[in-house]
Write a protein that binds this ligand. Structure first.
Ligand code: MG
Length: 333
């Protein structure tokens, strides 16, 4: 029996990376706010959050657990997570079709982030307007989680080319008002036209009725390059607070060539401008952007051999920038 136990332990130690020390970034930074175009912590310092997005909850529900989040926080050094709640009817079993299942996936991740001292973005992962359902959902989230400094709300993942800024803005003001009934202060992130690429259009006519509002920008580095960065720079120059709630190194399909030099240019651009970023995604499909191999566990503990190239590079960036961020040093190692 003892030998059998030793064999099991030995086998585990060969299959799993060593569990790292605990790290609790949200405990240090506390409640977030927006000052000018910058994200600030409770002490008023400008901070940069860096982390990962889980894939669509209805496609990769098994990664939505506390152990995976804890591993990504402590080993990859992610300070922020995104729970991408599929809403869109084009992918089966989403929130509109099966709300109980959706909540049973994302709520453990929200609670895990709170328990583990990390930030979490509650992402309404839609490509179309569903204002009544969105307001009811975000009222519930704000009522349950709005008192926690860990929570941010992303109210419309990616408007498409069919959605123009005036209607996106009107939708956003409507949903933000619903959130503010229960939560006066947590950050709300608003989508921008054409899959969150036209932040300059939002910058020309930003929301003025509410505080602590940021705007989503997304990039896929093998497709989006200097032209996209020029639009971001224009929006920054106009004072728009931008949060990269989704980004990655390959083509815009999430597949194809992984362009690490261009991805590095983006990361350096975001770092220079104090822009927070979340990398897509913790999932295990046969595509470039899925960062874990199918034989990897759903609960973290991933050694390098089960992390795909995009995940290896993402972990490297996170450990480099969060690991060397002086504002995180107090959060323990
Ligand atoms: Mg609050």
């Amino acid at each position: 029996m003892f030998l059998a136990l030793c064999a099991v332990l030995l086998n585990l130690s060969l299959s799993y990376a060593q569990y790292p020390a605990d790290w609790r970034p949200a405990d240090v930074h506390g409640a977030l706010s927006v000052k000018g175009r910058f994200l600030c912590n409770e002490q008023g310092d400008t901070i940069t959050l860096r982390g990962v997005s889980f894939g669509w909850h209805n496609l990769w529900p098994r990664f939505y657990n506390q152990a995976a989040l804890k591993w990504l926080k402590n080993d990859w050094k992610a300070s922020v997570f995104r729970a991408a709640m599929g809403v869109y009817k084009g992918v089966e079993d989403g929130y509109l079709e099966n709300p109980d299942f959706a909540l049973n996936c994302i709520e453990p991740v929200i609670r895990a982030a709170i328990a583990e001292g990390a930030y979490v973005i509650i992402d309404w992962h839609a490509h179309d307007f569903h204002p009544e359902e969105a307001k009811a959902f975000f009222r519930k989230m704000a009522r349950e989680y709005g008192a926690y400094p860990n929570v941010l709300y992303e109210i419309f993942n990616e408007p498409t080319h069919k959605h123009f800024w005036p209607e996106i803005k009107a939708y956003a003001e409507d949903v933000i008002a619903a959130i503010r009934e229960f939560d006066p202060d947590n950050i709300v992130i608003v989508g921008t036209p054409s899959w969150d690429q036209h932040v300059d259009i939002a910058a020309a006519d930003p929301i003025r009725k509410f505080d602590n509002i940021m705007y989503a920008c997304h990039f896929y580095a093998a497709s989006h390059k200097d032209g996209n960065r020029a639009r971001v720079q224009k929006a920054l120059d106009m004072g728009l607070p931008i949060f990269f709630t989704e980004c990655a190194g390959m083509e815009h399909t999430g597949n194809g060539f992984l362009d690490i030099p261009e991805w590095t240019r983006w990361v350096e651009f975001m770092e220079k401008n104090h822009l927070s970023w979340v990398n897509w995604s913790i999932s295990n499909k046969n595509e470039t952007c899925s960062m874990i191999l199918p034989r990897g566990s759903y609960e973290g503990g991933w050694a390098d051999d089960v992390i795909k190239p995009a995940g290896i590079q993402c972990r490297k960036f996170l450990r480099q920038y969060n690991g060397n961020d002086p504002l995180y040093q107090k959060s323990g190692e």
